[in-house]
Design a protein around this ligand. Structure first.
Ligand code: PEP
Length: 263
């Protein structure tokens, strides 16, 4: 279903009217985690200033440590919905448990499946039945074939509104949080008709890598990027070191403006 074999032209996914794919390069930005209404609104305003058309933000956070901030749950979803109301930015947010899919889909414009759940087949199937577009991150240890098969689990449930997201894979290299597999973008685009975007924040794991990796993603033909921003990264409850702030927002805005000029 997701292969290009039976579907030679590339697909476009619409998230509440915002296109991903086709001739577009879509910028998604926002905080890694929803923390407070004020922080989320400030991050959404930063996202908008940076040229983002969609707001990201996690209310359910799949953390490596069970002692780390796990997200606000439904109250975080309510904050996102309020911020959507205020800014007009549609919401992309992660779901981590099949039992929560209906609840999260009640607030979200696009469901995100994270790297740690990329082969949680029950979750993929539930997301496929939720009536919302799905962004599927590549599993950090997944081959491209495994990633596309994970997408197939969603598609098989009748949902072809799927966006693939390359977010870096595990390698021996320790200088970056994950190794951005930039070649995965054209490879996945050749094998599948689905749009493919890149997460330069979770792959690099460091603020100063986010813009160079974003440029690389765009140069290689990615259909979009998803970027962490935070009004006060030093106090962020999740992934502060990779969040853009201040001048970086202007640099991202310049990049987004150059994309608009290209379209
Ligand atoms: C995220 O985007 O919030 C996230 C946790 O990403 P990943 O699943 O790629 O680690």
């Amino acid at each position: 279903l997701v292969s290009r074999e039976n579907h030679p032209s590339r697909s476009m996914v619409s998230v509440r009217g915002v296109p991903i794919g086709g001739d577009n390069v879509t910028v998604i930005a926002g905080p890694c985690a929803v923390e407070t209404p004020e922080q989320t609104l400030a991050a959404a305003q930063m996202a908008r200033a940076a040229g983002a058309a969609l707001l990201r933000g996690g209310a359910y956070k799949p953390r490596t440590s069970p002692y780390a901030f796990q997200g606000l749950g439904e109250s975080g979803l309510k904050i996102l919905a309020d911020v959507r109301e205020e800014t007009g930015l549609p919401i992309v947010t992660e779901v981590v448990d099949p039992a929560d899919v209906e609840l999260v889909a009640g607030y979200a414009d696009m469901l995100q499946i994270g790297t740690r759940n990329a082969q949680n087949f029950a979750l993929l199937q539930a997301a496929g039945e939720a009536g919302r577009p799905v962004m599927l991150k590549r599993g950090m240890n997944a081959t491209i074939e495994e990633w596309l098969m994970a997408a197939e689990y969603i598609a098989q449930r009748g949902n072809l509104d799927i966006v693939l997201c390359e977010r870096g894979i595990r390698t021996f290299e320790k200088a970056t949080r994950n190794t951005l597999d930039i070649s995965a973008v054209p490879v996945a685009q050749n094998l599948s008709h689905l749009p493919v975007i890149v997460d330069p924040s979770h792959s690099g794991g460091k603020r100063d890598l986010v813009l160079p990796l974003s440029r690389a993603a765009i140069a290689v033909g990615a259909d979009g990027i998803i970027v962490d921003v935070h009004p006060a990264p030093e106090t962020a409850l999740c992934d502060g070191p990779q969040a853009l702030v201040g001048e970086d927002i202007e640099a991202l805005a310049d990049l987004a403006a150059s994309l608009t000029a290209l379209m």
